[in-house]
Ligand binder design. Structure first.
Ligand SMILES: [Zn+2]
Length: 301
């Protein structure tokens, strides 16, 4: 049995090659619980959440990493986030009627000719883009490999799998090799190519089902691989009444007033966790009476 809801690092002894294995179980089920996704969309969201977890493990930052897919296709927006503490959440917005039968969940058919962006919001709430890559065919793993090649300049290979009750991912990365001792570039090239070919034989079923140790033994039986202890990954939403208040404030008083006139109260439901925030007339009046200085822009994502 794999370590549930966890990420585990491994490395090849004496070589500048490392990797990670992610398994999402209850964290994944909690993340997709608020929405009744179509299977193709759910699979893409699962792969994106696994990807965000792998990216968060490989990049050094404090805050929240956001993987965002945007495109003209049926899945027009998909957001997957992972914090430096490995708290995940995600949401996909899509037009189900546009997903053709037998699309097979191909990224290009779901998202169209869109783009994939990776950004990091630090705790000071400033977002900085790490990189953007076009969805130029292939799958999500292929797009992320292109991201690593262009933005991080680290040769990286990824394998992703997701189904209704769990999701998993596997990453191999060749890192700058200043710490290695007594291994030539040619030997590192040879190992990198060999382990890439071996990992390419990994099936989605094996990735989802095998324990981390068995998976590594199955792929790299001849190599000296060190597997580290699991780090927990969990579902956690960052929404709060304060953030929703900021959102209403940025909508402006006339807009909020028109919702009040129409419905008698304002209800905002968080897309990530389905939590509802209700504001009556008195609450809304209070929002717009607040002093100017607190009117900072607040982002929901
Ligand atoms: Zn929420």
């Amino acid at each position: 049995m794999h370590s549930p809801d966890s990420i585990r690092r491994f490395l090849f002894e004496h070589y500048p090659v490392r990797g990670y294995v992610v398994h999402l179980d209850s964290a994944w089920r909690a993340a997709c619980e608020p929405t009744d996704y179509r299977p193709e969309v759910q699979q893409l969201l699962g792969e994106a959440l696994v990807s965000a977890t792998l990216l968060a493990a490989t990049l050094k930052f404090e805050g929240t990493l956001t993987l965002q897919l945007q495109g003209p296709g049926p899945v027009h927006l998909l957001v997957a986030q992972c914090t430096d503490r490995h708290a995940i959440r995600g949401v996909a917005r899509y037009r189900g009627e546009e997903i053709g039968a037998g699309s097979g969940g191909q990224l290009r058919q779901l998202a169209g000719e869109g783009r994939l962006s990776v950004s990091i919001e630090t705790n000071a709430q400033t977002a900085r883009y790490q990189g953007i890559v076009p969805l130029s065919g292939g799958d999500l793993a292929g797009c992320l490999e292109a991201y690593f090649a262009s933005s991080e300049q680290l040769p990286t290979r990824l394998w992703l799998a997701a189904e209704a009750d769990r999701a998993a991912g596997f990453l191999l990365q060749r890192v700058p090799d200043h710490e290695r001792a007594g291994v030539s570039d040619a030997e590192v090239d040879e190992l990198w190519n060999r382990v890439g070919h071996l990992a390419a034989t990994l099936t989605a079923r094996e990735l989802l089902d095998l324990s981390e140790a068995r998976l590594l033994r199955r792929l790299f039986a001849e190599d000296d691989v060190r597997l580290f202890s699991p780090t927990p990954v969990f579902f956690q939403c960052r929404c709060s009444r304060e953030r929703v208040t900021g959102l209403l404030r940025s909508l402006g008083e006339p807009e909020v007033q028109s919702i009040l006139d129409e419905r008698g109260s304002v209800e905002v439901r968080c897309e990530f966790c389905n939590r509802a925030y209700a504001f009556d007339r008195i609450d809304c009046a209070g929002i717009f009476r607040a002093p100017e200085s607190t009117q900072a822009s607040v982002r929901l994502q």
